[in-house]
Design a protein around this ligand. Structure first.
Ligand code: BYC
Length: 325
């Protein structure tokens, strides 16, 4: 499979340069923007970093929805800070993608016209305050599991962006766990809300790691290039192993009758998510896809005057500089 993918991704690349490039990757040397890189490597990075950036931006929507309805001033301040962090993560990642020769505007246009994806998880609604706890605990928990290894990814600007992002994600996960703990330790009605949030977010969180390894199109090549450091199934297993004891501590039940500690493997056995639902959501048919894209399109249209103003200012400055020379 690996040989096939190298061939399909890199047919126009010089074999000698390809071998040198792979040797650099294997030796753990970071690839920097001006270094030679195979076309497939550049393309894969633009796809992954771009999709990651879009996920951070779209990911603000389900949580932003609850800023005005947070139950206390403290929770409001925490949520506000978290959502602002996500905007920052999107910006670092767009900057990292720009070093590969694609502009932020081009990436945004690809998101808006459906050529680029964003994480499936953000197409599920946040119905009440317990969902905000569940998002922080499970969604940011899954995000960290995926992103910590990406700090060692082979592309320098991506790896450096991830170092900063991971520091903030860890705070995000903790604030989510703290919010859901409060609900789980509250009145019977609050505990019921926490359980209901776990019931709805468990399988969509498992889907965040991507399809099972046998259906993952990009994993083999991306791992050979160290764009990805682990397979989708490896990270999903790590997430389950880490999260189940956290649910037990809260007195909540993971909604999977087949979940069971496997002594021999040293891991939990668990049910596969419903992959037909996953593929349907990433095709645009999830509960909130239409709303999410409508919100991003509106933000893009509303921001046109700002982009036009900045461009006009930059052109004026450039003309003044040329005239002075
Ligand atoms: N959603 O070959 P595969 C966050 C697509 S956290 C939608 O395994 P790959 C945040 C995949 O793009 C979330 N699409 O792909 C957290 C491919 O389709 P295309 C963002 C998905 O890339 C809290 C096809 O399925 N994190 O931002 O090797 C608050 C086959 O998959 C998904 C990242 O992006 C999905 N869940 O592996 C706020 C981390 N999974 O492109 C914000 C960086 C798969 O061929 N990304 N697809 O049309 C990665 O690590 C990898 O891209 C993935 C997928 C593990 C996600």
């Amino acid at each position: 499979m690996y040989a096939q993918m190298v061939k399909s991704e890199a047919t126009n690349d010089d074999p000698e340069k390809l071998a040198e490039f792979q040797a650099k990757i294997d030796a753990g040397i970071k690839i920097e923007p001006k270094d030679w890189m195979p076309q497939g490597y550049r393309k894969t990075l633009i796809r992954q970093i771009g999709q990651h950036a879009h996920s951070e931006i779209v990911g603000q929507l389900p949580e932003g929805n609850w800023i005005t309805r947070a139950p206390t001033l403290e929770r409001k301040a925490i949520l506000l800070a978290k959502v602002q962090d996500e905007a920052g993560h999107g910006l670092y990642l767009y900057c990292a993608a720009e070093t590969l020769g694609v502009s932020r505007d081009e990436l945004t246009e690809m998101l808006l016209d459906g050529r680029m994806k964003y994480s499936s998880i953000f197409n599920y609604p946040t119905l009440n305050w317990a969902d905000i706890g569940a998002v922080g605990w499970l969604v940011d928990g899954a995000a960290i599991m995926n992103q910590v290894p990406l700090q060692r990814t082979s592309y320098g600007p991506y790896s450096r962006a991830m170092i900063r992002i991971c520091k903030e994600e860890s705070f995000h996960q903790r604030q989510g766990y703290d919010a859901i703990r409060k609900m789980a330790e509250g009145t019977p009605a609050q505990k019921k809300m926490a359980q209901d949030a776990l019931n709805r977010f468990w399988f969509p969180s498992l889907m965040m790691f991507g399809p099972s390894d046998k259906d993952s199109v990009h994993s083999t090549q991306s791992m050979a290039w160290k764009i990805k450091m682990n397979t989708n199934d490896e990270l999903r297993q790590k997430f389950v192993d880490q999260t189940v004891p956290q649910a037990e501590f809260l007195g909540l039940t993971v909604p999977d009758p087949d979940l069971k500690w496997n002594e021999e493997r040293g891991h939990y056995d668990f049910s596969e998510p419903d992959w037909s639902e996953f593929f349907d959501v990433i095709k645009g048919n999830g509960p909130c896809n239409v709303d999410r894209m409508a919100a991003r399109n509106k933000a893009w249209d509303d921001g046109k005057w700002v982009r036009d103003g900045l461009l006009a200012h930059a052109l004026k400055k450039r003309d003044a500089k040329v005239a002075a020379e």
